[in-house]
Structure formats: structure tokens, C-alpha cells
Design a protein around this ligand. Sequence first.
Ligand SMILES: Nc1ncnc2c1ncn2[C@@H]1O[C@H](COP(=O)(O)OP(=O)(O)O)[C@@H](O)[C@H]1O
Ligand SMILES: [Mg+2]
Length: 460
Amino acid sequence: MKKIDSYIDNRMISILSLLNDGIVITDEKGFVKYINPAYTLYSGKEPEAMLNKHISELRPGAVLPQVLETHKAIRNIPRKVGNVESYCDYMPIMEKEKVIGGLIVVKDVVRIKELIKELEDANKTVAQLNQQIKNSFSAKTTFEDLIGASMGLNEVVKVSRKAAKTDSPVLLIGESGVGKDVVAQSIHNGGPRKEMPFVDINCAALPENLLESELFGYSEGAFTGAKKGGKLGLFELANGGTLFLDEITELPLSLQAKLLRAIQEKKIMKLGGETTKQLDVRIIAATNKNILDCINKKQFREDLYFRLAVFVIEIPPLRKRKKDIHLFINNFINEQEKKKQKPINISEEAMAILMDYDWPGNVRELRNAIEYSCNTIEGNVIEVSNLPPNILKKGTLLMTTDLAQKELSLSEIIENAEKQAIKFYLQLYGSNMKSKEKIAEVLNVSIATLYNKIKKYGLG
Ligand SMILES: Nc1ncnc2c1ncn2[C@@H]1O[C@H](COP(=O)(O)OP(=O)(O)O)[C@@H](O)[C@H]1O
Ligand SMILES: [Mg+2]
């Protein structure tokens, strides 16, 4: 069997003398055979004073003899010589299951402490960034926040609550402004992923190439101009949580194929990447288009549709949810009362017009209409004249009366309508000379006729 001395040749020495860690090599009995320059720094002893001495003689209570006996390494033992602190590893040097020597490695505790501190700092930064990701990718609305008492909305909430408990994809269908976003958020918050990110992207907002890297990310050097370190895609950011794909029918066909694969295989490959990454993402998609139409026109993949359409939730337009219109109006007026710090009411006529309007922009338009109205009132009451001009169409006028319930004669109905119409325009345009000229023009009557009617109905 070779002796340890034969290993300690010039080549070995030149390498070991480069290390910052202190190195001591002994023979199989524990007699010191080599010390590198760094060890001298830790021990304060010159090599000549140590060579060929037994390690126990140099350091009473030395650990190495035990290691040579048991053949088992002992690591990270703290040690202090004077003011110098270090950590030591003790190892047997084996050959063919026999001990031929011992090795002591002395590691600088200051550096290790620095590294620990650096690691702790880095961990803190990661935790902060994670928190930031959570904050910026979070869903605010919950089922409890949703307003509505109509059958239509109740049905939506019922199915959505069921969907929230599962991991299955959801497809939300409805006109713009009906509440697809808030329902998607409620589904996320109503399920087990609520503490995880809710990431949303509007598929119509970006051109194809940007959309792809936004969704799937790219690896470093994927293309000229790619950021150093690559880019994390939204899919990956949503890991563990929910990805909300708004206006899904606007996703280009090539990306539809990629999305389908990602959903089916539960993994993605970055642009320019070579490996796939396993992900756990719940998909909620939304559209305001007729998606079956898009499939017929070959603009949307049928197989992707079937993947997404596990829960299909159609949110009815606001005009079909009359009960909700009333609730929303009161709610949005409350919001404005808080903002403006004054009580606000709405006149019966104005309310009737809002109830009858067809709301092509749905809840979003209604919220804006109330905000507009509250900005134009002088006192505390929203009058017809405060409503946004586009809502004040002629056709809505007659609906402000509840004629049918009163069982009036035809001439009474006509008179009533006439009175309502003139009253409406007086509120809208005002009652000075100029306004009256304008009203006569709009109603296509002479100014004299208008004056007569104003007098007749006591509106002047
Ligand atoms: N049921 C509801 N309860 C409370 N607010 C709603 C409801 N439906 C819609 N909204 C509000 O209406 C506006 C439009 O809703 P949003 O979810 O963005 O519609 P969509 O995504 O369908 O265009 C938002 O301000 C939202 O807060
Ligand atoms: Mg939306």
C-alpha cells in the first residue's frame, strides 16, 4: 500500500498552496505531513513547528484521531484560535477501504458568515419580489362584492361558485361591460387558489409576436434584442394560480395551437428554449364575440373551444336584468355620495329613463352615466337634464309614464305624453326664450303652440 507521502508531490503542493482554505494532511496515524500557507494564517504556527508532529500534540483534544479510527468524516466543527474563527472538516483519506491519511480543511468563518448574510439578504429580496408579484397579480373582487338580484345574475353566480371549487377551465361569454372580469376574479377568489396569483391578459391588446413572448416568455438570446436572462411569461407567473385570458377569440391561430398544447400537457416551452417546464395553471377565458361563429369561420379552433368550455357561463346583458339596473343605480349613487360627501337622490323621471334604456355598454356604461349625472347636478337630485345626452333619446320619453296602469283614455294618454315630452325638454334645455325656440323646433310645432301647451299643462 502506498504511503500518503507519495501523494504529496510538487504538483499537489502547488495546487494546495493556492487555496484560501487551510489544509493539513497527516499520515494514517495522525502525524502531520503537509500544511498549506493558508493554514499558517489560521493557526499562527509555522509549518516547521508542525511537520512530523502528532496532531494531538499540536492541538489537545484534536478531532482527527477519532476520524482516522472510525473512518467517518466530521464536518463544520467551529474552532477558534486567538481571534480567528473558523469551521473545520475532518476526513479520512482512504485507499481500497484502508486509511492512508487524514485531511483537515479549515474554512474562514468570516467569509462563511458573509455568505450566509448574502444568502439571507437574497432570500429577503426574493420574498419581497414574491409579495410584489402577488400584489400586482391579484384578484380584488369576490362573490360577496357582486351586485345583482336578477334571475340571470343569480344563475351566473350559482354556476360560478361551483366552478370556483374545481380546477376546470371556465369560458365566460357576454357583451362588453357585463361583468366578465369581476366574475373571473370572484371565481379565482372563491377557490383554493385564492392566495396564488391571478394574472390577466387581453389577447386583443398585443400583436402576435409580443403576445407569444408575453404569454410563454423567452430564454436568453432567443432573438436579437432579447433581454439578458430572458423573460418570464405570464403563464409561469400564474403558476399555482389562475390565468385569465380576456378576448380569447382574438388569439392568433398559431398561438391557439400553442395554448391548447400548454393546457393539455400542463407544461410550456419558452421561445428559443430547449426544455419544457411543468406548470399548474387554472385557465379562465372570456369573450364578447359569438365564439361558435368564430369556429364556423375557422377563426377559432374547435378543439381549443372544447378544452376551454368545461364550464360555459353566459352573463346576460344588463337590459335583460332590470332588477339589477335598479340596484346598480343605487349602488353607484352611493359611491358618488361618498366621493362628493353629500346626499344624492334621483328623480322618478330620470330613474324611469335609466330603467328603460338598453345599455349597450352594460354595467360599465351605467357606472359612467351615474358619475356623469352626479358631476352635472347643482343640488342633490339627478334630474332628467343631468343624464348623458346619448341616453336621452326621443324614444325613451313615453316610457316615463305608467299609463297602462292608470287605465286612461286615448286622449288622456296623448295629453299625458305631450305634457311629459314638453316637461322633459324644458328640463333638458331650460325654460328661457331661446330654449323654447329650440324645443319648438325639435318637437316640430310653432312657438305659439308650444306656449299654449306650456300654459295648458301648467309647466311655465
Ligand atoms: N355584478 C356586478 N357587481 C358589481 N360590479 C359589477 C358587476 N358587474 C359589473 N360590474 C362593474 O362593471 C364594470 C365592468 O365590469 P367588467 O367585469 O370589467 O366587464 P367586462 O369584463 O364584461 O367588460 C366594472 O366596473 C365592474 O366593477
Ligand atoms: Mg373585461
